[in-house]
Write a protein that binds this ligand. Structure first.
Ligand code: EAX
Length: 323
């Protein structure tokens, strides 16, 4: 009885809210992200939905969808065929080139450092550039520090990576860094990664613990190397015309809901980092702590001259020195 009653009440409430909303001209905001609902991005999207719908008293209806081709997601936001997207910053540099500075490997010492830079002047200045490129940067999100995984081939030192095919994001900085290490980087969208791992068209990939966990990438790989070689920011981006069409209160609500999403996202990344490695070990992947992280830095070192030319040695140092 209880279940039946609950279902009935739910259905009634749903049809009522639809009736009311269409009469009142409810605004739909679709936000996509690239991971399952039970993930660092999923929790962010749900926090955003709850906050924005509550703050606008239902005038904005947030619809969450999964779209794991992040370049397509950003294109759709630019075109306005979807309102917003949460994506890793992987393809972001192809839209807002200045953000590429964040993609330089071994730039941040840890989460506190990366978050401090994003929350500080550098991060805020970068967000302010988004409208030039047809995007509204609502808030920085977080994907996490990336770690290398491989299939049957194992690695004793970065020298073993020479000639290996590693899937990277469609990110020119990451591609250049891996090329410097002698890797054959194979850039592709996240949507193409699981089949590439399953079919063995690549020897490995790299992703943060939250992404590996939520998407079961460990089931398709044998070794996980805790290289933490690069920080992977995320972004909550919206279509600028959509944002401009909101009233002032709604725009303020969008902003605070973006901040709310970022907080939920970071909390989940922390949880995944804390318990995720053990969970992955229990699931059976071979986990390798890296004693000589300097060897990985050195392997990528020949790319740094180009990074310094592109971003300025002083600028990179200023980010490294953040405290
Ligand atoms: O959700 O494409 C990637 O590897 C990214 O880390 C993406 O966020 C996965």
């Amino acid at each position: 009885h209880f279940v039946k009653l609950g279902t009935l009440t739910g259905a009634l409430a749903l049809s009522m809210s639809w009736g009311v909303s269409s009469a009142m001209g409810q605004t739909v905001l679709t936000v996509t992200h690239s991971s399952p609902a039970d993930s660092h991005f999923g929790e962010a999207a749900i926090a955003f939905e709850q906050s924005l719908e509550a703050q606008t008293e239902g005038a904005i209806d947030v619809v969450i969808q999964r779209l794991d081709n992040e370049r397509e997601a950003l294109e759709s936001v630019q075109f306005g065929t979807q309102e917003c997207a949460i994506v890793s910053a992987g393809p972001l540099g192809n839209f807002v080139p200045e953000t590429r500075v964040l993609d330089v490997p071994f730039l941040f010492d840890g989460y506190e450092h990366a978050r401090g830079v994003l929350d500080g002047e550098t991060g805020q200045e970068l967000l302010a550039l988004f409208p030039r490129y047809g995007l509204e940067g609502v808030a920085w999100m977080e994907n996490g520090f990336r770690n290398l995984t491989t299939g049957s081939k194992s690695i004793a030192s970065p020298g073993d990576l020479v000639g290996m095919k590693i899937r990277t994001m469609e990110n020119p900085i990451h591609i250049a860094a891996w090329q410097a290490a002698g890797v054959l980087p194979t850039p592709m969208a996240f949507s193409e990664l699981p089949p590439a791992l399953q079919q063995g068209t690549v020897d490995g990939q790299e992703n943060p613990i939250p992404v590996i966990l939520a998407n079961n990438l460990d089931m398709m790989q044998q070794h996980l190397y805790l290289t933490r070689h690069v920080y992977s920011p995320g972004i909550f981006a919206c279509n600028p015309d959509f944002v401009a069409g909101l009233d002032e209160q709604q725009r303020a609500a969008l902003e605070t809901s973006g901040a709310f999403a970022a907080a939920a996202n970071r909390k989940r990344v922390e949880k995944d980092e804390l318990v995720g490695i053990e969970t992955l070990r229990d699931r059976g992947i071979d986990i390798v702590e890296i004693d000589d992280i300097q060897a990985y830095r050195d392997a990528m070192a020949s790319a740094y001259a180009d990074f310094e030319a592109e971003f300025g040695a002083e600028r990179l140092q200023a980010i490294r020195d953040w405290s």
